[in-house]
Design a binder for this molecule. Structure first.
Ligand SMILES: Cc1cc2nc3c(=O)[nH]c(=O)nc-3n(C[C@H](O)[C@H](O)[C@H](O)COP(=O)(O)O)c2cc1C
Length: 360
């Protein structure tokens, strides 16, 4: 008997054993997705010829995510991976339905996505045999899933070229609803200043630092959290306010490294016209598609989302972005993109085994 059959005795009787085997392998691939503090708040249920993706808010960080947007974005990121992995593993086309039960009541937000706890947030269904183009497209991005990492170090090898920006923007637009705009040069210092201010305010909060310390220790579950080797060293010039994990006992390297980041950083603003749970899911989806495309292109990708966490700083962020981009936008994420110089030095983050993620 296969190991997954032991862990998931209620698997559907549809489809061949071989296909189920491939689906479970695709779940393992999908779990390499990014998630807030590497919390991996996804659970999977095999149904008919597809997979339900369920939010488990019992494992999500709360202080960093006061309205739950990062929990939903994390689910969107794993859905992006799951689509690609399913097509790459089975050769079949997929369709995804978001929020099949309509989601939490309108406007209900709770820290860590608790308003959506236990809900099916997406159903990814296998269809007919994929076209050759779709299969090749999926294989190209799926091939980057294992290698992709969140970059917290400098990207000193130059910004994306025009062709690379075009590929990254197309990857974001594939979401169907989220767009990616390279930040114009006048907007970059404004976004950095607002992000730096939020980062400083965050660092003044004992609860915030305690939460980081807990996630660095993988406190919630084995196979989660962020190891010291993945957190990098803050920008000595203080210009690029990467989320600072080093102010905690577990994060401090104590080695006195001095690292100066690129100037100016190349920033991609992910935005849409609204801020519904669907937008938040698709923002995570778009983020992961962009990260995978960047990985294929040899680009590093960092995340600078701190100013989007609290409603007040978020409103300021939206205002400056709307002015610079020439229309009212809701910003969902900011990615920092660029070519690294030399080989990456950060270590991979752990993942939970698929057997623990399957719901009966
Ligand atoms: C919605 C979301 C928000 C994130 N925000 C940040 C952030 O502000 N700063 C940061 O350094 N990493 C951020 N990350 C990256 C996670 O910390 C990272 O995905 C996780 O630790 C797993 O590591 P990996 O991406 O290298 O596999 C975010 C990830 C997601 C999905």
């Amino acid at each position: 008997m296969k190991w997954w059959a032991i862990g998931a005795p209620h698997l559907t009787s549809e489809g061949s054993m071989l296909e189920r085997d491939r689906i479970v392998s695709a779940l393992e691939d999908a779990s390499s997705a990014p998630s807030i503090h590497n919390s991996q708040p996804w659970r999977f249920r095999l149904v008919g010829s597809g997979v339900e993706v369920v939010l488990d808010a019992s494992v999500t960080p709360r202080t960093v995510d006061p309205v739950g947007r990062w929990a939903l974005a994390s689910i969107g990121a794993v859905v992006a991976n799951l689509e690609l992995a399913l097509t790459a593993r089975t050769g079949r086309a997929i369709t995804t339905a978001y929020l099949p039960d309509g989601g939490a009541p309108a406007g209900e937000t709770r820290a860590g996505g608790a308003a959506h706890d236990g809900r099916v947030l997406a159903v990814v269904t296998l269809g007919e045999v994929a076209t050759t183009t779709a299969a090749m497209h999926a294989a190209r991005l799926a091939g980057a899933m294992e290698e992709r990492r969140t970059t917290r170090g400098p990207l000193l090898g130059g910004p994306p070229t025009d062709e690379e920006w075009a590929e990254i923007r197309a990857a974001v637009a594939f979401s169907g609803e989220i767009l990616g705009a390279p930040a114009p040069s006048a907007l970059v210092p404004q976004l950095l200043a607002l992000t730096a201010r939020s980062e400083t305010e965050r660092q003044d909060s004992g609860a915030y630092l305690e939460e980081i310390q807990a996630w660095m220790a993988g406190a919630a579950r084995a196979g989660t959290g962020i190891p010291r080797g993945a957190v990098g060293t803050p920008d000595a010039d203080g210009r690029v306010p990467v989320r600072d994990f080093t102010q905690t006992p577990l994060g401090s390297s104590g080695d006195g490294d001095v690292v100066v980041f690129e100037d100016p950083p190349a920033l991609l603003v992910l935005h849409s016209g609204s801020d519904t749970p669907r937008d938040q899911l698709l923002a995570g989806y778009a983020m992961q598609r962009a990260m995978l495309e960047a990985t294929v292109l040899g680009l590093g990708v960092g995340v600078l989302g701190q100013a989007l966490e609290e409603p007040a700083s978020r409103a300021e962020f939206d205002a400056v972005a709307s002015t610079a981009l020439g229309g009212a936008v809701v910003v969902h994420q900011v990615l920092r993109l660029g070519h690294p110089l030399g080989a990456p030095t950060h270590v991979p983050t752990p993942r939970r085994p698929v057997a623990e993620l399957l719901l009966g």
